[in-house]
Write a protein of this length. Structure first.
Lengths: 180, 472
């Protein structure tokens, strides 16, 4: 667990996505690893710049979908063959082509729910509190029209004064210290 | 040809490079887009027109509640159902509503996969339309079962009666198809709104909206790591919703096609039901979009380009549907089956043949006007066209259900179908419910996805050379 008092990090505010990506890339290349960008819409270049190349949402989705498929198909088979066999004009009890349709629907249902909730879980959402919301300018812009780079205090390279100078080198609108 | 500009060349709505209408009017910034959309919701002043519309819709909701209460007290005998027409308004309305819902998923999922960016302005409320239409649709089978209070018997669960559902029946497939569709649509819609809820939370001035949108936003803060997972999840959901939407209407068409009955037992049903669903759904999107953009002055975000494009989709799906109708007639002749032949003759020229001609007029003849660009770029004409198409699509289901049933195999079992006032009350009631839900939606939720519109603005692009040089 990170320390829950003191400084969370330094937050630099930019007006354009390009400035943010330049700053993020330079920071990442000079060894920063505990850093994050905040943008009002997805900026793929920023994610690339801070070394976030792939995520595991597709894997969760795949596993969820296969589980849904197996769950429904096995249930249908168990119900129709073992638990409640209905002899309709001597037709086979294991009538798998008919079972495909609900199994298909449940594959999609489970895959979709896994993708959605898996994504939220991996993002650590829902979260009711985050120190960044203490920064006065964050709430005005992060979800509207401003681009933020946050260098977090738990990075070994973090030094309150030097890191600030480093960020100011990119010509941001402002650099503020974010407290827990 | 279709894109030849007929308006003055310096019209700001036209893109000079392509001559096409712009997807978004020029001059928007991140902030102005956010303001225009969030203001509708965050304003303390609800327009009087909203109250008037909501009250009108609410009246019909009351009518629906009355009709449903009476139904629960008396049973399905209050409807015009009889033998041989044992399926009436309930199934017609069910299929009609769920078809309308399908365009929402098409816009939000399929057009996302095809990278059709113009869809961004309309996808949120098309998706809302889907959910409200599915609510209206789902109600009909539930109230039709006769004893809706034991409606949960539809689901497989261990019970003291020791019975299980029949998994070989299309009616049970429907349960899973529609419940999955409703769930995935709600999840997709909600996930899509999370970043916008974050914006609403940050823009709200008073305490209650801050809390409400704060909770709904789940603490969204726009981290690019979250954005990347979010984008992946959206794409996956879109990829899943696409086969889902096709399967849902396919399964619904199985309700008919699996029955060995002339007029129903045909393999063309799945594709033509899906095309018809998209056809009517786009018509409903137009019916909703045109008054909304006018009332809330969103002409810059929901532009003529959107209406034009939707007109083209309607024309295309309308032609697929027309192909379906002609194939039905052809197969009735080509099958050399006496029963098929009689059913089709009776459908077209029988005592209820008028419904077939209404269908042909509304779904095939009049929509040919969509070939004309002047129709597609005129909001007024498109609005009328959308109402015509949805009338036609309702009659399509009427024709399929009623005219296949009312002339049974033996002339002694011939009958007819007359809807009662309770049928009409339930149907108009669901129209009211749909409209009332939509009014609530435009008042309390951001109806255009702000984050997706921001992404479409020219200033959203990272200018490559500078960014690339930085690291080296």
């Amino acid at each position: 667990m990170p320390v829950r008092e003191g400084i969370y990090g330094l937050l630099a505010e930019f007006d354009t996505p390009t400035e943010l990506v330049v700053a993020a890339k330079t920071a990442y290349d000079s060894g920063w690893r505990r850093l994050d960008c905040y943008t009002p819409y997805p900026v793929e270049e920023a994610a690339e710049a801070i070394g976030f190349h792939r995520n595991y949402v597709p894997l969760i989705c795949l596993v969820g979908g296969l589980m849904g498929l197996a769950a429904m198909f096995l249930m249908e088979t168990w119900v129709s063959v073992l638990a409640y066999p209905l002899n309709v004009a001597g037709r086979p009890l294991f009538s798998w082509p008919a079972f495909v349709i609900p199994a298909y629907e449940w594959t999609i249902l489970w895959a979709g729910l896994s993708a959605a909730f898996g994504m939220l879980a991996m993002c650590g959402l829902p979260t009711l509190y985050h120190p960044l919301f203490n920064a006065p300018n964050f709430r005005n812009g992060a979800t509207v029209d401003k681009f933020f780079l946050c260098l977090e205090a738990n990075d070994p390279k973090f030094e309150a004064v030097e890191s600030r100078t480093f960020l100011e080198g990119f010509g941001p609108v402002s650099v503020v210290e974010v407290e827990y | 040809m279709a894109t030849k500009p007929e308006l003055p060349v310096n019209d700001p709505q036209l893109d000079p490079t392509t001559g096409e209408f712009r997807v978004i009017a020029p001059g928007y910034t991140f902030k102005s887009v956010t303001d225009v959309i969030s203001r509708i919701v965050l304003t303390p002043h609800t327009p009087m027109g909203w109250f008037a519309g909501f009250m009108l819709a609410g009246t019909f909701v009351l009518l629906l509640m009355t009709a449903v209460t009476w139904l629960f007290l008396k049973g399905v005998g209050i409807w015009g159902l009889d033998i041989p027409v044992g399926w009436g308004f309930a199934i017609i309305n069910f299929v009609w509503w769920i078809g309308i819902g399908h365009a929402g998923t098409l816009i939000s999922a399929i057009l996302l996969l095809f990278k059709q960016q113009w869809r961004n302005s309309i996808n949120r409320f098309a998706e809302a339309m889907t959910i409200f239409a599915v609510i209206c649709a789902g109600m009909f089978p539930l109230i039709h079962v006769g004893r809706p209070w034991v409606g949960y018997w539809l689901f497989p669960y261990p019970n003291t009666m020791n019975v299980w559902p029949q998994f070989r029946s299309p009616l049970l497939w429907d349960v899973f198809a529609v419940s999955t569709y409703a769930t995935i649509s709600v999840v997709f819609w909600y996930i899509g709104m999370i970043p916008d809820f974050g914006t609403m939370r940050d823009r709200a001035k008073s305490r209650f909206p801050q809390y409400a949108y704060g909770i709904l936003s789940l603490g969204w803060r726009g981290s690019v790591r979250h954005w990347m997972r979010y984008e992946t999840a959206s794409l996956l959901l879109a990829g899943l919703a696409t086969p889902l939407v096709l399967s849902v209407h396919t399964v619904i068409s199985f309700d008919f096609a699996v029955a060995i009955l002339p007029g129903w037992h045909t393999t063309i049903f799945p594709p033509y039901f899906v095309a018809g669903a998209i056809y009517s759904g786009f018509a409903m999107v137009i019916t909703l979009a045109i008054p909304i953009r006018k009332f809330y002055h969103l002409e810059g975000l929901i532009t003529i380009r959107h209406i034009d494009n939707m007109g083209k989709v309607m024309l295309a799906t309308g032609l697929i549907v027309a192909y379906g109708y002609s194939m039905e007639v052809f197969m009735a002749w080509y099958s050399a089956s006496h029963w098929e032949y009689f059913m089709m003759w009776n459908r077209i020229f029988g005592p209820m043949g008028w419904s077939y001609w209404v269908l042909i007029t509304c779904n095939i003849a009049l929509p040919q006007l969509l070939w004309l660009r002047s129709t597609r770029v005129s909001p007024g004409r498109m609005f009328v066209m959308s109402l015509i198409v949805n009338t036609g699509m309702w009659f399509e289901r009427f024709v399929i259900v009623v005219t296949s049933l009312y002339r049974d195999f033996l002339p002694s079992s011939w009958g007819t179908y007359r809807a009662t006032r309770w049928d009409y009350a339930t149907f108009t009631g669901t129209l009211g419910l749909f409209t009332a839900l939509f009014f609530l939606f435009v008042r309390f939720l951001p109806m255009i996805p702000m984050s997706e519109i921001r992404m479409m603005l020219p200033q959203a692009k990272v200018t490559e050379p500078e960014a690339m040089e930085a690291g080296d």
